[in-house]
Design a protein around this ligand. Sequence first.
Ligand code: SF4
Ligand code: SF4
Length: 478
Amino acid sequence: MPEHVMPRAFHIMAKPTGSACNLNCDYCFFLKKEGLYPGSNFRMADDVHEAYIRQLFEAHQVPQVTVAWQGGEPTLMGLDFFRRSIDLQKKYQKPGTRVENTFQTNGILINDEWCEFFRDNNFLIGLSMDGPKELHDFYRKDKGGNGTFDKVMKAARLLQKHKVEFNILCTVNSKNADYPLDVYRFFRDELKANYIQFIPIVERAESSPSPSPSPDRGEGNNTPLLSGEGNVSAPPSRGEDVSNYSPPSLKTPTLVRGGDEGEGVVTDRSVRPEQWGRFLSDIFDEWVKRDVGKTFILNFDGALAGWLGMAGTVCIFGQTCGEGTALEHNGDLYSCDHFVGPNNLLGNILQTPMIELVASAKQRKFGQDKRDTLPQYCLKCEFVHICNGECPKNRLIKTPDGEAGLNYLCEGYKAFFKHADKPMHIMATLLQQGRLAEEIMRLKELKVRGGENRKEEPGRNEPCFCGSGQKFKKCHGK
Ligand code: SF4
Ligand code: SF4
């Protein structure tokens, strides 16, 4: 492998318990992946563990290394596994390298001992929650069918008590998508979370055909959209069959049908495109008025990067992908956590160094296919530089012209991008001027006529404060 194609840094999401989890998640793709390793005990063995840490540290040529733990549910490995991991990290850490451990959990097993360990070793925790109790418990149930909200809240309080930093990962499904502000305000006001990621549930129906634009993909059945949601639990049927979904206009993309069976592309647990657009827009409106710079919402940060001409700070909006691989408990490395299956197996790190697998032609092709299979409809879209067709996992429908490979969530994304366009543009301008994006909140206040802030307004013919270069009367003074 020529030296120049070896990345100086890369991301591996390690799944020490494979897909094993202590919740019972009907739609959880990780549980369904258990079939990949029949008879396995789903525990990362010592030699795989050591190879992972050693190769990760040896391959990184940058001052920071992230060790990412994901599930299934990683706490099922027990604390001693992670204590050993810290020892291994110390053993292989290069001088001057900073190490960060990230850890995605459903919170069920978190106790004081875990929290002390997380705090002492500076772990960044991702906690899976779907909103306030009635929304969280609607889908997130244990193996006995009981809601898990109280246990997860207890975990959140313990993490806070021990001053362990944690983020919220919230899956958005057909149930909680109708309550965007209840969900957002719960995280912001009750949990005091200042970093939130919303993951749309797009769960392909079992019998739908693979619409994958790339023949090398195709293991994406039943997977949510973004990384990090391995602990999502099971949404029951909401009784609304997406196969009966009717596009609101002829110009709206149509769902690909599952052949003669007439099955829908996604299950009725999945968030519907228009719901997703409204969910993002409603939260955005509240966030942009009062929370910019205080509450970080990955979805908005990732989109804002597009307005700055830097799309790709989150993989779903990048032009290409392929920089985040998934390591199974037995050392198998896959192209992405959402494409864990035989077609996207890169190799095993016990046989081939992970850096070679990460830099392989197969993985590069996986990443470039995202760009190369974009339908014409996307290429002509006014928001393509922000969206880039989003995650290939969700490219499940046909364009109005009948071309395959359009994103199932397209309608929602378009609605959100249109809705957020002006404020996003203002924030991007502020940042390009070396100012802070949160200044937009003062600009928003100034829009409220007659208020005490009015005195801060520029004169009608003076330049607008947003930095557009236009007169105030033609811009925010309209
Ligand atoms: S397929 Fe690409 S865009 Fe989708 S989650 Fe994986 S790396 Fe990200
Ligand atoms: S908004 Fe829709 S048409 Fe535009 S790039 Fe995204 S998926 Fe494609």
